[in-house]
Write a protein that binds this ligand. Sequence first.
Ligand SMILES: [Zn+2]
Length: 322
Amino acid sequence: MSFVGVTISSLLLASGGLAEGARGVGAPERTTADAMVRRVEREIPGAVRVASERFVLVADPHYGARERTLAILERTADAVETFADRMIDEPRPQRERVLAVAFTDSTSFEHFARDVDRLDASWMSGYWAPGADRVVFRAARTDGDSPERHHGTFAAVADPDATIAHEAAHALLHRLGVQRRAPRTPLWISEGLAVAFEPCGHGADAAFAPQPEREARVRRGPTFALRDLVVATSVPPGDASAVEAFYDESWSLARWLVTERPTEFRTYLGLLREAARENARSKRPTALATFERAFGPVDAVEAAWRGSLSAAGEAATSDRAP
Ligand SMILES: [Zn+2]
């Protein structure tokens, strides 16, 4: 899910239990779950449908950024496919197009979330509904319009392009088999990766690009101990700034590990998929044990990760010195 200002998912991920959409078997070209598309269209008066190679976009008639949105979705898909090739042996082919649903205004978006996905989306700018496997967002640019509503202490207006890429990344990471849905999947890995794909609005090679504002916030000081961050399965309680910090730190950790410890990261993703299969079993390893099996002692990882942040901060400061 995407908050106003930050992006959140996996509340739905954690809820699990919904049937996955039917998949075409051996289809030479990507199909679309037509029944689901028509169901969504019935909910949106005057809905407009457009499609690209890997996506079907259903938007309200006022949504003007359809081609731009499809382009962002496709760039994100390119980036996730590249990542999947690095991280798993045999990515699943994406046989069906992903359905994306776009709204111009928050009222229609919130109604759809409530009526169709049974979700309070009043504090979000987007979400991925894993059971139905569609992404839903409000992504109209508000320049010159009425200002967006703010919730809690969020001051930043969500970047619509980032929201689109974020939600698409959630859907595709699961479609391609990098992640597997399970009730107790650690939230940091899902959100850390989705945030890392947010810059894909600018280009497929922008995944895992620096995000200076997040970096600055993370560098200002830890909000979560790493051993707490890596076991959380839901958004931490507290105010909006704690939620924002959770996203920032999850992203920073994921980005650092993918860059500095790619082999271990690959192992970790494999262990999580394995754990998801073992979900019902009581002997399933704890989230902390899984993390440490892949990366080593959590305190040593934390020291190395935080150390890299302060080193980068000092470099940035000295760059600015005369
Ligand atoms: Zn998310």
